[in-house]
Every structure is written in C-alpha cells, then in structure tokens.
Design a protein around this ligand. Structure first.
Ligand code: HDE
Length: 710
C-alpha cells in the first residue's frame, strides 16, 4: 500500500496527543496511509467535537476506512462458494502430439504453472468442509498459448443431462427458501423431491451417497472432467477424451459420523489439511490421465459419450497417465487469489475442443456470465490470478468497470491502416484457435437422444462394483438423507426409484425408513461391463502413511525415550506426529525433561487425526486415566476404525476405553498394536505405521459385525 510510507519513520512511539497507551504499540517502520497515500497520524480515534462530543462528518479518514470495509464482500459463488486453493506446476510425461496439438502437452521439458481450487457445491462460503457433497476440482493451466481451465468435479458424472435443469437442481439443494435451512446439506425434502422426480439423477445419487462425497482430504480424491472433450492433433485428427486426476496418496474417505463431528470441531478441516501439507513441504500430487476414443469409434461406442450421466468404465477404455501436477505453493492472499479466481470451461487452447454434450454447452454461457456479476464487470481477466502468463496478450477490448490496463494509441478496432502495430488475427496455419469443423444438420428441437433415457444401467454398475463395506455405507447414507425427509411420499418415490438400480439396495433402505415396497421392476438395461473394480475405493487402495496425522497422548511422567522413538519413526515414515497434552505449554517426562505440547487435549478431538498412540510411563498413564477425555479419545478412534498404539504400560487406558477387556486380549484386535512384552521396539512402531498406511482397520468392522450377528 505504501512504499512511500516506508521512508517516513515516526520519530517517537508516543501518540500525538500524548496518550501513554500508545507506548505499548509496535512500531513497524511503515506508516499507514489512506487510499490516496496520505499518512495517517491516528488510527485509534475518530475525529470528534471534544472527547465526549459527536463524531464529525469531516473525518475523511474514518469514512474512507469504513466505506471500504462496507464493500469488502463480493457476491459469493452461487455454487462452489466454499473453496480452498493452491498454486502448482504441471508437466507431461511425454509428447501427446499424436492426439493433440495443445502446446503444454508436447514436451516433458515444458512446465506449466497451474492454480487449483477445490470446493464443495451446496454450502455458502462459510460452511463446513466435510458436508456430504460433490467436490469441485478446478484447474487453471497458464499455458504459453493462453489459459486452459479444466473445471471438473471429484465425481465423474452429473445429476442432470441438460443445462436447462441446473437452476432447478441447485434451488432444490440449497437451503429451503421459506426458512433458510439446512445449510450445506442435501438431506432435506426439496432436494429429494426433485431428485426422486428426475430419474436421470440416479447414477450421480449413487456416487453422492457413497464415500466419495466425504473425502478424507482434497489431496486424496480423484478429479474428473465429467464431459467428453475433443483432442485435435496438428493433422486435424480427433479423439474424444475424458480427463482424470488420480491422487498420489490414493483415494480415501471419512466415515459419516466423523464427517459430521468434524463439521463442528474444525469446519476448516480440508482447507487446513491442504494448507498445512503444503507448508510442511508434503506437496499434493495428482497424475493427469486420459481415456481416448477415436472419433470414428464414437458412433458405435456402447456408451453415449455426450451423456454427462454416463462414465466410460476404465476396464473398457483404460486411463492413460499423461502427466503430473504438483501443488507446491499456498496462495498469498485468500481473497485476491482463491476468491477472485475465475474459471470457465470455455477457456480452451488450440488442440482441445468441446463436444455437443448439452450440459457442457450450457456451461459455456454460465461461467462468463457469473464472473461479470461476481467480479464486478468485464475486466476480471486483469486480476493477477486470472491473467494469462507467458503468452502474448493483446486485444481491442476496451474500458469497462475497474479497467487497470492503460491502452495506448487511437486504434481500438480491426482492420485498421492507422496503426501498423495493432493486433490482427493469427494468419491461417500459424496457430490460433480454430474450432474443429463438424457437420451439423437437423431440425431445431427441444429433445434428447433416445440413449439418454437409460438412467439405471450405470447406477446399477456402480452398485455392483462396490465392496460390502461400501454398500453398507451407501445404504446408510440413503437411510440418513431420506430419514431427514419429512414428506412420506417423497421417501417412497425415491426408494421405488432405487428398485430400478438394485432390489436389495431398495429393500435395505426401505427397512431403515419403515416403508413397504412392491416387487422390483424386472427389466434392467445392460452395461457393457458387469463390474468395474475401479469404481470401488477399497478395491486396490494406495497405502501410505505419508502426511497422516497421529495424536500422541501425553501427561507428566511420560516415558521420554518411548515418546522420542515413536515421534522419530512416525516422522521418518512421512507421518505428522502431534503431541496432545492433558494441558497446554509443556509436559515433563519421567526424567524431568520438558516436552512441548502441540495441542491441549480439550482443543482437539480424535476425529481430527488418523491414528492415536499412547507411550508408557506410570505417572503419565495414571494422569491420562484420570482425565476422561483421554479414554474418550481412544474409544472414538477405535469406533472409527483408526490405528491405535499403546505401550505395554498404557493398556489400562485401552481397557478404560472399552477397546480391550482384560489382559492378553489386545493381540488379535485389527489395527490395535501393543508390544508383545516389555518396552516399545522399532518393530512395534513399524506395525503401527503399516496400520496407519492402510487408512482404516476395516477388518475390525467385520469382526464387530460378525461378533454382533453370531
Ligand atoms: Fe459449474 N458453475 N455449472 N459445474 N462449477 C460454477 O461458476 C454451472 C457443472 C464447477 O472453483 C459457477 O465461477 C452450470 C458441472 C466447479 O471457482 C457457475 C452448470 C461441473 C465450479 C456454474 C454447471 C461443474 C463451478 C459458480 C450446468 C463438473 C467452481 C461460480 C450447465 C464438470 C469453480 C463460478 C471455482 C462453478 C454454473 C455444471 C464444476 C454459476 C450452469 C457438470 C468445479 O457459473
């Protein structure tokens, strides 16, 4: 704001009026100024007619400050309002020249800067991160040929097939207009009323009720372009392409109970996770992949590639990895970057083109239109985060609100003979975006192709491809969401709709809701593959302890050696070990050495960690046992199938938590690691790290279920 202010050192810390309280102020060496650059000599008091008198209208400093404040908020995004972002880089593995002429995909030596914004869809800007919702996954590539925005989601299909239904969809999921509830939730009557009347939403609903809609982290979810796009190479050859992002850390989710608790314990859970990982140098990585279908094969392809409620199973067309994105820098200023970034699926570069997916076509209008209102006019491309980088930029667009650029000369039109340097269109054959030539013929109609009316074959494929645990979660999610619906006929209609997906699914949901169902309909459309293992999160999970958060519970008297051993080994495995103390400040080990506490126990919860460890030390274990929060922490971790480590001397806490019942019962509980005898050894910690790497001890659930049903 003031470089000029830098030079203006205040001679004394004393206030001009001699107020002694000023002595405690920090003098930074920089002087505050107004927006006009006038130095401010008092930023504590407004101008008054005497200390007890009225404030004077003349106070231009006060009025400028308050007026700016009054206008600090811009309209939030109508959808995807809640988001978090990061800067990074992308590099292709090899040249993709065979398929596309897009410059940023030609050469592995070319690194392209990116800005990525992850988001939820339904909630407002201040809503909790862990709502059950689709996640936005929007990437801006600052390529040397201009910006390419891939504005995708973490689910590969969408609720609707035609853009004309989007306002209805969003109105149904947003808080109900009469009372403004519920925030960031689809579990209410209007959403399910709409969804149950729109069979095309069924496939997406299956995904939204699955664990995909409650990711553990933005760093651990897939991304999809959803629509089919086109790759066009230099010879004009076309492939239809589906875009994929695969996270290096694998795809992992929260449990629904956890997600709901985190909404209160840390509404910024995903934002914090992304920020902290990048600050710690654990840069999130995603592999960019494509499914390619030659244009000539599209006609006879068993799936309609223009239908955004359909995916292409990876077993039918494998995903070819083509590059890697690393997110390596946090935004400097949330508003300037994360809030003001403007994505648009219409920001394309030569070599990539649209298809006639009617949802995609409708989006092409919406994003430019929304930025005009949201960012206050047509010059939002001048905001630094939106500016193209590393490519020539010049055009004849002029003026408008908040124009920053000072355009030169008298020529703002083309063609012109008055300014030889004025920009002209790119000559044929010298690059430039050229829409792929495609014949279009037909009557103007408001209609959909016949194939769009298959609403269930892929919803059923998704269901069939899930593991038993994931199926349970889907049933419970439908049970929860529809259980919140108060209109009985809406519940009934939705569950009858699910009968078209799978009879067992519908029956199990109906049992939770206390509904009676008739026989399921017999006819079901066939999918070209019977199951698609790639659709299951638990099919072939990536296991890694990297960046997993482990709480080490400590009180005075903790065994310092054991604590150090645990911390070092966990950190060596890439995990984040945090000392959670019964109080803040410092804890003394058994030897009297001070240990810094990262989090006092009352400020955190087990739901904010992936695992918990309790070192030994008699005094410390007794102190933990005396604090009911400790046993609760362990019990909740256990219930959420998290890894638990307890040193030999700490197993009494496991008993308090109800994890074990008596000596000797600890060894065969999945995910619970207790040394066989004596002190903690590196082997024990290794066993604990392996548990953490698996994300959750699902076997514990099976064991509990078997025990309960025995
Ligand atoms: Fe969006 N969507 N959308 N959407 N969308 C917006 O643009 C819209 C759709 C997606 O982090 C808005 O700048 C329509 C599908 C993401 O800034 C708005 C239709 C997919 C983001 C808009 C769709 C998306 C948005 C709101 C149906 C996945 C956040 C603010 C025709 C492929 C980008 C804004 C960010 C944002 C409209 C459907 C993804 C209003 C009309 C399908 C990730 O323009």
């Amino acid at each position: 704001m003031s470089t000029r202010g830098k030079k203006q050192h205040l001679p004394s810390a004393k206030r001009p009026d001699g107020d002694p309280r000023r002595d405690g102020f920090i003098e930074s060496g920089e002087v505050l100024t107004t927006n006009q650059g006038v130095a401010i000599s008092d930023n504590q008091n407004s101008l008054k007619a005497a200390p007890r008198g009225p404030t004077l209208l003349e106070d231009f400093i006060l009025r400028e400050k308050i007026t700016h404040f009054d206008h600090e908020r811009i309209p939030e995004r109508v959808v995807h309002a809640r988001g978090s972002a990061a800067h990074g880089v992308f590099r292709p593995y090899a040249s993709m020249a065979e398929y596309t002429k897009a410059g940023f995909l030609q050469d592995p030596a070319i690194e392209t800067e990116v800005f990525v914004r992850f988001s939820t869809v339904a909630g407002g800007a201040g809503s909790a991160d862990t709502a059950r919702d689709v996640r936005g996954f929007a990437v801006k590539f600052y390529t040397a040929e201009g910006n390419f925005d891939l504005v995708g989601n973490n689910i590969p299909v969408f609720f609707i097939q035609d853009a004309i239904k989007f306002p209805d969809l969003i109105h149904s999921v947003k808080p109900e207009p009469h009372h403004g509830m519920p925030q960031a939730a689809s579990a209410h009557d209007t959403f399910w009323d709409f969804a149950s009347l729109l069979p095309e939403s069924t496939h997406m609903l299956m995904w939204a009720m699955s664990d995909r809609a409650i990711p553990r982290s933005y760093r651990m979810m897939e991304g999809f372009g959803v629509h089919s796009f086109k790759f066009v190479n230099a010879e004009g050859k076309v492939h239809f392409v589906k875009f994929h992002w695969k996270p290096k850390l694998g795809t992992h989710s929260l449990l629904w109970d956890e997600a709901q608790q985190i909404s209160g314990k840390d509404p910024d859970f995903h934002r914090r996770d992304l920020w902290e990982a990048i600050e710690a140098g654990a840069y999130p990585e995603f592999e960019f992949g494509v499914q390619l279908i030659p244009a000539a094969d599209v006609q006879g392809f068993p799936i309609d590639l223009l239908d955004p409620t359909k995916l292409v199973p990876e077993e039918l067309v494998p995903v070819t990895p083509i590059g890697r994105m690393v997110l390596n820098r946090n935004p400097t200023n949330f508003f300037a970057e994360t809030e003001q970034v403007a994505f648009h699926p219409g920001h394309l570069v030569p070599g990539i083109d649209f298809t006639n997916d009617p949802l995609l076509q409708g989006r092409l209008h919406s994003y430019l239109d929304t930025q005009l209102i949201r960012l206050g006019g047509p010059n939002f491309h001048e905001i630094p985060v939106n500016q193209p980088r590393g490519c020539p930029f010049r055009n004849l667009q002029r003026d408008g609100y908040m124009r920053q650029r000072v355009d030169q000369g008298r020529v703002a039109y083309e063609p012109s003979s008055l300014d030889e340097g004025a920009p002209a269109q790119s000559p044929a054959g010298r690059g430039g975006f050229a829409t792929f030539l495609e014949g279009v013929e037909g009557e103007k109609v408001r209609a959909r192709p016949e194939s769009f009316f298959d609403h269930y074959s892929q919803a059923a494929l998704f269901w069939r491809s899930q593991s038993p645990i994931e199926k349970d979660h889907i049933v419970d999610a439908f049970g929860f969401e529809l259980g919140k619906v108060q209109t009985r006929h809406v519940q009934q209609r939705m569950v009858e709709n699910l009968q078209n997906v799978d009879g067992t699914l519908a029956r199990r949901v109906s049992e939770q809701l206390g509904l009676n169902l008739g026989e399921p309909p017999a006819v079901q459309a066939k999918s070209p593959v019977e199951t698609s293992p790639a659709l299951s999160l638990l099919h072939d999970p990536v296991t890694s302890a990297a960046s997993r958060k482990v709480a080490i519970l400590v009180a005075d008297g903790v065994d310092g050696d054991e604590l150090a051993l645990l911390k070092t080994a966990l950190e060596k495995a890439g995990a984040v070990a945090k000392v959670v103390g019964v109080r803040g400040g410092q804890i003394a080990t058994g030897n009297g050495d001070p240990i810094a506490v990262d989090h006092p126990l009352p400020t955190v919860a087990s739901t904010l960690f992936d695992a918990v460890a309790v070192p030994g030390g008699a005094g410390h274990v007794n102190a933990l046992r005396a604090n009911p929060r400790s046993a609760f922490f362990v019990a909740e971790s256990f219930r959420h199938l998290k890894g638990i480590y307890a040193a030999t001397g700490a197993t009494a806490l496991l008993e308090d938590a109800g994890v074990v019942h008596g000596e000797g019962t600890t060894q065969d509980i999945p995910g619970v690691v207790v040394p066989a005898s004596g002190g903690t050894t590196p082997k024990d910690i290794q066993a604990f790290i392996e548990v953490i790497a698996k994300h959750r001890a699902w076997d514990r659930l099976r064991k509990q279920t078997t025990a309960a049903s025995a």
